[in-house]
Design a protein around this ligand. Structure first.
Ligand SMILES: [Zn+2]
Length: 655
């Protein structure tokens, strides 16, 4: 396409983007001295619009619980304390908004924006006289840490000047109030989330008091980095184990319980990188790698997550992971990826986003699980095998076990979409994760649009068209997934050299230039708990789908609480040298639906009669499985993990 035909289209595109985002595209901001230089920075919310399958996923989310929760769930309904009512006034309102705000603007939905504005207007118009904000029925620092995340996104989307004023007054108030009323419980464990908002404001106001507040939070907050350096939690941490670790003291849940709480640990993955922006220490910045390594080694699961049901629960694939832990791990990785520039964190983020996130929700996103299990053979009322969670934990429903995930899961997809691309310190752009989208931003003062077309992760190619307003030189950085050996990249059809981690293409970009990426995704057979085999290909994990019988346990307004019972046998073992055939199918309207699985793996396995379920839970995978004497080897079809709500993901090795 020539520049002549291009210009009118750009004008149209820019004005559409402006309307959608509510404000002109802004240049991204980077921390500057005295803060540490970082390789990437998030583009302001509103810069990236999902398209293709990711847009469909966001639309499904809006048609599901996210778009309707406030209509029938009183916790975030008209009586919420965060919109001036006398109802729930703690974390749930901010949790809900942390996903509703980016979702509403992603979809440019007047209805969803109006729903969000009820809370935003009340919060922004009703600060306390002393600088505090939020419901007056509590002064807990923690729910405000969540609301600050909402305010920063909302400001990027709208430019609402009330945000900067409110945040500035609040942080000054907190600076003088914290010595007398220090961080406690949740706020003490999750201080790093507030640090993100403090640094966000500092980049806009250069107010030195904010760095003082950052240091005070660090002093009062829990020292995650030291804990992970000695990591004493190498076993399932149920109440008995923690009591033992606390020397028999019954006060163990107060402190030890918070240290091994899954959501805390998920949020803590950003602690060291975010603090490094203030401390300037590379050791702080890189500590997240060790943290992940400890979690993988002692609590890692094949879906990319660690077990926490809701405390760290060891490596058995029958243990669960809470949905809040999934979305908070994703957000921590998005933050950490920008600060560290470690491409492996992008691999991890994709593995969680494309497996564990959709795995915990029904296809229509009207019901979710509190805990999901890699080996999940029944969703029914049972107390086992959770460390501390209750019997509803793996039901699909409105608020199984506890209501936090009902309010908090909404942030998963919209924030993932908003972090697909980032700005680079060299004033270029970087593709951090892959999914179809359009980026509208400013590079070196020149408006640039990038259209990215792809069915990744269901396919292994990504096509980009670069459309600068006029030709401009800048570096384009592309994350190369660690699993892709032999990645090919071509610019306007000409191959370019690929380097591990990030490949940088610095050139003069002209309107209509194309970048084609083709990844090589071999089937990978990974060995986990008791040597159990798990299958992945690219960023998708594969599982054996078990026939599902969905039974309504109780009606919950427009949705239901469901139990799901198995309708087929699942106790199958596999030899490590199994043949694997891959077949690709169309990506369906519901991208992760098992009924229209976009990729299927066919492997060979045999029944293992001795491997059974007890009380609805698959027994831990046996180390050496004795195959059935009566039945021979057979073909087993695996589908992407999230498409199998009852599934086996970790298979015993046939002896
Ligand atoms: Zn939760």
């Amino acid at each position: 396409m020539s520049a002549m035909t291009f210009r009118p289209r750009l004008a149209a595109a820019a004005s559409t983007a402006e309307t959608r985002a509510g404000r002109p595209q802004q240049a991204p901001l980077f921390p500057s001295a005295p803060l540490m230089r970082q390789p990437f920075a998030p583009l302001p919310a509103g810069s990236i619009k999902a398209s293709g399958w990711l847009l469909r996923q966001l639309q499904i989310q809006a048609k599901g619980l996210s778009g309707h929760l406030d209509e029938f769930w009183p916790i975030v309904g008209p009586d919420s304390g965060w919109s001036g009512g006398s109802g729930e006034s703690w974390e749930d309102g901010p949790y809900f908004l942390d996903g509703l705000v980016p979702l509403a603007w992603q979809l440019d939905s007047p209805e969803l924006k109006a729903k969000a504005m009820r809370f935003m207007d009340w919060t922004l118009d009703h600060p306390w006289e002393n600088g505090m904000f939020g419901p007056r029925s509590n002064d807990d620092w923690w729910p405000r840490m969540v609301m600050l995340k909402v305010l920063t996104q909302y400001h990027e989307l709208t430019g609402d000047h009330r945000v900067i004023l409110l945040m500035t007054r609040y942080f000054h108030y907190q600076l003088q109030a914290l010595p007398g009323r220090p961080l406690r419980d949740w706020g003490r464990m999750r201080w790093q989330d507030q640090l993100v908002s403090i640094l966000w404001l500092y980049q806009r106001t250069n107010d030195a008091a904010l760095l003082e507040l950052a240091r005070l939070l660090k002093r009062q907050g829990y020292d995650w980095q030291s804990m992970f350096a000695r990591f004493p939690f190498t076993q399932k941490t149920d109440a008995d184990a923690l009591r033992k670790q606390a020397g028999g003291s019954d006060a163990f849940m107060q402190d030890l319980g918070l240290q091994v709480h899954g959501v805390n640990v998920a949020q803590a993955l950003k602690a060291s990188p975010v603090w490094s922006v203030v401390s300037g220490s590379a050791a702080d910045r890189d500590a997240v790698r060790h943290q992940l390594q400890m979690l993988d080694t002692y609590h890692g699961l094949p879906n990319g997550m660690f077990s926490a049901d809701e405390h760290l629960a060891g490596r058995s694939p029958s243990q669960g992971t809470e949905l809040c832990t999934v979305v908070e791990t994703m957000y921590s990785l998005e933050v950490a990826l920008a600060i560290t520039g470690d491409a492996a964190l992008g691999d991890r983020l994709e593995r969680i986003a494309f497996n564990a996130l959709p795995g915990a929700l029904t296809d229509d996103m009207w019901a979710h699980q509190y805990n999901q299990q890699p080996n999940q053979v029944e969703c029914s009322l049972h107390r086992q095998p959770w460390t501390t969670d209750g019997p509803e934990s793996n039901l699909f429903g409105l608020e199984p076990n506890f209501r936090c995930c009902t309010a908090n899961f909404h942030q998963g997809w919209p924030k993932f979409a908003n972090s697909l691309w980032m700005a680079t310190a060299e004033q270029g752009l970087a593709a951090m994760s892959y999914a179809p989208c359009t980026v509208t931003t400013v590079v070196r003062s020149v408006p640039v649009i990038i259209e990215q077309v792809s069915d990744y992760p269901f396919r292994q190619s990504v096509s980009m068209t670069i459309r600068p307003h006029h030709a401009i030189t800048f570096p384009l950085q592309l994350r190369i997934p660690g699993w892709s050996k032999g990645t090919r990249i071509a610019v306007n059809g000409m191959p370019v050299e690929v380097t591990a981690g990030f490949t940088t293409i610095e050139r003069r970009w002209e309107a209509g230039d194309t970048v084609e990426m083709v990844f090589t995704a071999e089937v990978k057979i990974e060995s986990g708990y008791n040597g159990a085999l798990s299958f992945s290909r690219g960023s998708l994990v594969y599982a054996l789908p078990i026939n599902e019988n969905w039974v309504i346990w109780r009606k919950r307004g427009p949705t239901n609480d469901w139990q799901v019972y198995p309708g087929s046998r699942w106790n199958i073992g596999i030899k490590p040298d199994t043949s694997v055939d891959v077949s690709e199918h169309a990506v369906g309207e519901i991208p992760f639906a098992g009924a229209s699985a976009a990729v299927r793996l066919t492997v060979r396995g045999r029944y293992v009669p001795a491997w059974k379920a007890s009380e609805g839970v698959a027994e831990p995978v046996p180390a050496a499985a004795e195959p059935s004497a009566d039945e021979g080897e057979q073909s087993i079809i695996l589908v992407p993990y999230a498409g199998a709500k009852l599934r086996i993901t970790a298979f015993p090795i046939l002896g």
